[in-house]
Design a protein around this ligand. Structure first.
Ligand code: ADP
Ligand code: ZN
Length: 721
């Protein structure tokens, strides 16, 4: 073969054909350098019959420039890339780029110079040098990384190198990781756990596609249980991918993993340093990385011999990517397992209705862990009707809830207050003229953060200092905070129970693995009495002394235009309730609500999961919503409002007429302005028999827009803003 078709990294271009120069060896999956005009771009050799291409005569083809020193992408990964692009109506190039996710890795083997302390002291000591020497104890990294760790300039560290206090070490950039040992510390499993683990181990040995829904109540030991098939895969020399919904959860997971396997797994997420990224990528590609724990982007890593995929907290909406290629990592994980011919485990205490339906229809095998490990009881759940038990003026916590916290304090136990709102107050307004602080880039209020004394937009990151006077009418001392955020709840607890040690746990305060670890250690040591937290603390944590959970506003999730609001509220509250009473002491959960009669609140209070799921499933069936029907949305945006609106109407003018497919819109999106772009959207509802993607591709493909217009397609959308 001296003619090949390549998928090139340019979304505007289709596949291109090239000539393979004599002596160059390529095969499907090879990552190659392709000439394009005067430039060279990266491409992947693909099976010609799977990509429609141009029929340029062979003698006119340009030769490939080279083959990059990485293993060819496997057929399974190529099929996954094709499937993802096809299903989510994205370009192949944009999906393939997610697989080649480390530029450094493509350059081949390398070594880097790192530095470490020698133990020697510089001749002249300065405060900065002193600080650096203290901070760098036990560290080894590049000068730039060390400067970051020590909080000093690179110049200071170069000075220490010259003085012999730091020495260079050459390290292989891609050195292997410490080996995980499948039999390092095997726990004694309960009978239920054993049964589930055995079934999963058998599936790993069978080496074929097998999707499982592991449905286990909070505290049932799902992690311990799925560690067993992971160990089985390792024993067979195969790799394991574990997807977690949030980086913040990784720390806790890593800790447990190390205790079980005697070494840390390989971590993959978007904030890795480029050196860590290339090392992970190349070790995954060579097969040396045994277990990868990652956020959704880990799905597209080039595993050499995958043996098992686990998706923990599989119902979590953060598995849904909301920009670029809008994919759901849970669903793509199942497809990857399918192409790799391996089992996949979706673990959850509150599975998505879509997943339960797949189990019901026999596509997924359902495995249950119906009770907590070690005889711990599920907590009792009661509601507090806020229309009857009103908190005092300027307060958000009912007396019964505060009394509950006080009782825990007296007994030396811990409480958790859950409110899914960062900051102090979600809205600040002027008492004098009614002015409201709004983000200049988004249709959103600015959220007051009292710790940092700033007003911030949670959508685009815009921040301003909290002014002293109203920017509209100029009145001093007239700005009032409306509604509570976690910081305000923490203030209220501190005021009403001054003896309590309160900690606010959000992505603002637990923003690094170190801080998360410190928080866990403090709670475990009993140095915190009351945790006030957002959804970040609803899962993964296991604190035996935590016996009371208060949900500050159980109705919060029910507001807004979210089509899965009921399910989401149920999952969130059930998850946070699951933090209570995980040890020997029983747990109690108090839900503050203004709608104690709402079906989701009633189901939560009765602990009647089945009733909730049945009602919700029926409602979905009735509405033709997933999994019974399908949704898609189209978001048309531009920095210019008129341009966006015109583009949306142009698309609307070409709307296809198809049976069993309804198109709503275009209408201004609920977030009509987001990060400086004006947005219009269509919502599409289709029966399952409709070829939705093909229709969308044909419809949108035939319309041209000015360059400033972006048209995004969201298949199976979660967010409707
Ligand atoms: P889940 O993820 O289902 O909420 P976890 O996996 O966090 O539950 O388990 C709850 C707690 O019980 C953890 O502290 C875990 O270490 C412990 N545990 C579960 N199963 C076992 C076991 N077989 N042996 C020892 N400890 C266990
Ligand atoms: Zn904004």
């Amino acid at each position: 073969m001296n003619r090949v078709r390549c998928l090139v990294f340019n979304a505007a271009l289709g596949p291109l054909d090239y000539k393979v120069p004599d002596g160059m060896m390529v095969e499907p999956g090879s990552v190659v350098e392709c000439p394009l005009g005067p430039r060279t771009i990266v491409g992947i050799v693909w099976e010609a019959e799977r990509l429609p291409g141009s029929e340029v005569p062979s003698e006119k083809l340009r030769p490939l420039r080279g083959v990059l020193p990485v293993p060819p992408l496997s057929a399974a990964l190529r099929r996954l890339i094709e499937w993802t692009a096809d299903y989510y109506v994205a370009s192949l190039a944009s999906v393939a780029r997610m697989a080649l996710s480390s530029g450094g890795a493509l350059k081949g083997p390398a070594s880097i110079t790192e530095y470490r302390l020698t133990g020697g002291l510089p001749e002249r000591m300065t405060p900065q040098r002193q600080a650096a020497l203290e901070a760098l104890e036990g560290e080894q990294a590049t000068i730039r990384e060390l400067a970051g760790i020590a909080g000093v300039s690179e110049g200071v560290l170069r000075g220490l190198v010259n003085q012999g206090a730091l020495e260079p070490v050459q390290v292989d950039s891609d050195r292997p990781y410490d080996a995980a040992r499948p039999d390092f510390a095997q726990p004694e499993l309960s009978e239920d756990q054993r049964e589930v683990a055995d079934r999963l181990c058998e599936a790993v040995r069978a080496k074929s596609f097998a999707p499982f829904l592991l449905d286990g109540v909070t505290g049932s030991g799902k992690t311990e249980t799925y560690f067993e098939p992971m160990a089985e895969a390792l024993r067979r020399g195969r790799q394991v991918l574990v997807l977690l919904p949030e980086i913040a959860l990784t720390e806790n997971f890593l800790h447990r993993f190390e205790e079980r396997f005697g070494a840390a797994p390989v971590v993959w997420h978007s904030s890795l340093k480029s050196t860590e990224r290339r090392r992970a990528w190349r070790n995954v590609a060579s097969g040396a990385a045994q277990v990868v724990v990652g956020a959704r982007s880990a799905l597209f890593l080039p595993f050499a011999s995958l043996g098992l995929i686990v998706v923990d907290e599989a119902h979590e909406i953060s598995f849904k990517q909301e920009d670029g290629v809008r994919y759901n990592a849970r669903d793509v994980a199942v497809m990857r397992a399918h192409f790799e011919q391996v089992p996949v485990v979706l673990a959850s205490a509150t599975p998505a209705i879509e997943s339960l339906q797949m189990a019901e229809s026999g596509v997924y095998e359902k495995l249950d862990l119906p009770s907590r490990f070690g005889g711990a009881q599920l907590p009792s759940i009661a509601t507090i009707d806020l229309t009857e038990e009103k908190p005092g003026a300027g307060q958000w916590l009912a007396h019964r809830l505060v009394d509950g916290i006080e009782e825990r304090l007296a007994r030396g136990e811990q409480s958790l207050l859950f409110l899914n709102r960062r900051g102090y107050a979600p809205l600040t307004l002027c008492r004098n003229c009614g002015f409201r602080f709004q983000c200049p880039n988004c249709s959103a209020w600015l959220v007051e953060h009292r710790f940092t004394q700033r007003l911030a937009c949670h959508h685009c990151g815009h921040e301003t200092k909290q002014p002293e006077t109203c920017p509209e009418c100029g009145e001093p001392d007239c700005l009032v905070a409306c509604g509570p955020g976690v910081e305000r709840i923490a203030d209220e607890v501190a005021e009403r129970l001054p003896q309590a040690r309160v900690f606010v746990a959000t992505s603002d305060t637990l923003n690094s693995p170190g801080r998360a670890a410190e928080f866990i250690a403090q709670v475990e040591a009993g140095a915190i009495d009351v945790i006030v937290g957002t959804q970040l603390v609803t899962k993964g944590f296991h604190f035996p002394e935590l016996t009371l959970v208060g949900v500050v506003d159980a109705d919060l999730g029910l507001e807004g235009g979210d089509l899965r609001a009921g399910e989401r509220t149920y999952q969130q509250v059930a998850q946070v309730a699951g933090r209570a009473g995980r040890g020997a002491k029983p747990g109690e959960v108090l839900l503050q609500t203004r709608h104690p009669e709402a079906s989701v609140i009633v189901a939560l209070a009765a602990g009647d999961r089945d009733a909730f799921y049945e009602a919700e499933t029926e409602a979905r069936r009735h509405a033709g919503a997933p999994p019974f029907g399908r949704w898609a949305s189209i978001i048309v945006s531009s920095e210019d409002d008129a341009e966006a609106r015109e583009a949306a109407h142009r698309i609307g003018g070409h709307r296809p007429q198809v049976e069993d497919l309804v198109i709503f819109g275009p209408a201004p999106a609920p977030m009509a302005l987001l990060r400086g772009r004006y947005r219009y959207r269509f919502l599409i509802n289709a029966r399952r028999n409709v070829q939705l993607q093909a229709i969308l591709r044909r419809w949108l493909g035939e319309i041209e827009h000015p360059p400033g217009v972006r048209v995004g397609v969201d298949i199976d959308p979660y967010s409707f803003v």
